[in-house]
Ligand binder design. Structure first.
Ligand code: FAD
Length: 459
């Protein structure tokens, strides 16, 4: 007798957002025979990578009723990862077509090339036909075993629809987190969050203090040095005695965190140095924010931990009907979106079975306990960093996909190392050419490209 075949469900699924996560989620859901509607409040695909010179009127984005500008991309932004490891697995981030002079061929290309890549991806897989542009999701809530999605189009017309499942892909780089600085209420200078930073012109001849020294902080401080009088970076991850002049600029200093700021405009650092500053730029990250989600308090965001979520994707009591793609950070984003999306699509069709609600909850509790035992703050719940290989390979295993390629993991490790140790040059100087060759040979072997790029053949 032939083995019994598992029944595969074909569901009606809403995806919120047509950025890098929502696009690949839509593709994977459709591949699994679900019918998909992607809600996108912008008029284009690409999400964060749709650059706009406009920023929000409130430079710290504190007003909950402000008009939201989604993108946090600044004009000079280039990727912070090498392109070979950054793309989706089966649609590598290579210049397309290879000989198109108008495309940015660099290993760390500009944000415009990332958007072009996402547009290529959407075109290649006919994804745009699933997207309802200029349509914002305003409410998502359970309705019996299904989900009610209320959306509003650009004419302000609301619509309620029922879906079998909702996949949340709304991004998490739009709602700024602002550093707490003692004395800030009486400090007379200007403040801006990196979300609203586009170009350096407004800082001409100023003394600027940038809080935060990860990717955006390191980039923006260097961008500003070209026009400002002095730029001082304050970072809480630096020891309290930190004080050094940074290479590559004559007017850039690194400090420990700010201790206090004062009415006379002065800023005192923990290292004892004092500067009179005109502006503070907060490069202090973002908050997860789901203003549309109504789960009667089941899902909460506390100190930037979204939970409870099994493996950062499924809320145990609401799985698989509700899922989140793209929450973890310090990882290979697009690759992770692709794996998570395949997992969600297969869990919805029934091809992959999730553990029971209790077992998922046990796993969440154990994960939180492990994080605490390492002394990591709650806000690091979704930070993968060193745990990314285990996490990504685990999801790959759930869906029967091969683990991530060694060259991919080595590239991101090396990339982070260079970012931390040579933040002024990491995009143009590297010592891992052999990994580029491995990556392209892999793409060729899998017929994802038709030939090796000419630079590789020449070298
Ligand atoms: P987004 O790209 O933000 O897309 C979310 C989409 O959802 C948007 O189109 C938005 O309009 C839509 N949306 C939101 N709410 C609603 C709603 N209620 N209704 C309808 N639509 C809605 N990653 C890398 O891999 N490499 C890099 O070099 C890199 N650089 C970065 C630089 C900066 C400054 C930042 C902030 C992030 C960077 N990242 C980088 C991470 C980046 O966020 C991810 O790569 C990725 O683009 C995020 O995709 P997403 O789809 O999750 O979110």
């Amino acid at each position: 007798m032939a083995p019994a075949r598992r029944r595969v469900n074909s569901l009606h699924v809403a995806v919120i957002g047509a950025g890098a996560a929502g696009l690949v989620a839509a593709r994977e859901l459709r591949r699994e025979n679900h019918s998909v509607v992607v809600f996108e409040r912008d008029s284009k695909v690409g999400g964060l990578w749709v650059y706009t010179p406009n920023s929000e009127p409130d430079p710290l984005s504190l007003d909950p009723n402000r008009t939201i500008v989604h993108s946090s991309v600044y004009d000079s932004l280039r990727t912070n990862l090498p392109r070979e490891c950054m793309g989706y697995r089966d649609f590598p981030f290579v210049p397309r077509p290879e000989d198109d002079e108008s495309r940015d061929q660099r290993r760390y290309p500009s944000h415009r090339e990332v958007l072009a890549y996402l547009e290529d991806f959407a075109r290649e897989f006919n994804l745009v036909e699933m997207v309802r542009f200029k349509t914002e999701v305003v409410v998502v809530e359970p309705e019996g075993q299904k989900w009610k999605v209320q959306s509003k189009n650009s004419d302000g017309i609301s619509k309620d629809e029922i879906f079998d499942a909702v996949v949340v892909c709304n991004g998490h780089y739009t709602e700024p987190r602002v550093a707490h600085v003692p004395g800030i209420d009486s400090w007379p200078g200007k403040q801006i969050h990196s979300h609203n930073y586009r170009v350096p012109d407004q800082f001409k001849d100023q003394v600027v203090v940038v809080i935060g020294n990860f990717a955006s902080g390191a980039d923006i401080s260097r961008d500003i040095t070209g026009v400002a009088k002095e730029v001082h970076i304050a970072s809480r991850s630096n020891p309290s005695k930190t004080y050094s002049k940074l290479p590559g600029s004559s007017n850039l200093w690194l400090h420990s965190m700010i201790e206090s700021v004062h009415e006379d405009g002065s800023i005192v650092f923990q290292n004892g140095k004092v500067v009179q500053a005109d502006t503070i730029v907060h490069c202090t990250g973002y908050k997860y924010h789901f203003p549309f989600l109504n789960t009667n308090g089941y899902i909460t965001v506390e100190d930037n931990c979204v939970g409870p979520l099994y493996k950062h994707v499924f809320p145990p009591a609401l799985a698989p009907g509700l899922s989140f793609i793209g929450l973890p950070w310090m990882t290979l984003q697009f690759f992770m979106f692709e794996l998570q999306s395949k997992w969600v699509a297969a869990a919805l069709s029934g091809r992959v079975t999730l553990p029971s609600e209790d077992k998922m909850m046990e796993d969440v509790t154990a994960y939180y306990a492990k994080r605490e035992s390492y002394g990591q703050p709650k806000r690091y719940t979704h930070r993968l960093g060193g745990g990314q290989v285990e996490y990504l390979n685990w999801i790959a295993e759930q869906i029967g996909a091969p683990p991530g390629e060694q060259w991919r993991y080595q590239e991101i490790d090396g990339g982070y190392y260079r970012l931390a140790t040579q933040s002024d040059t990491f995009r143009d100087k590297w010592d891992d050419d052999h990994l580029i060759v491995e990556a392209y040979e892999d793409f060729l072997r899998q017929k994802l490209i038709s030939s090796l790029p000419s630079q590789l053949l020449e070298s």
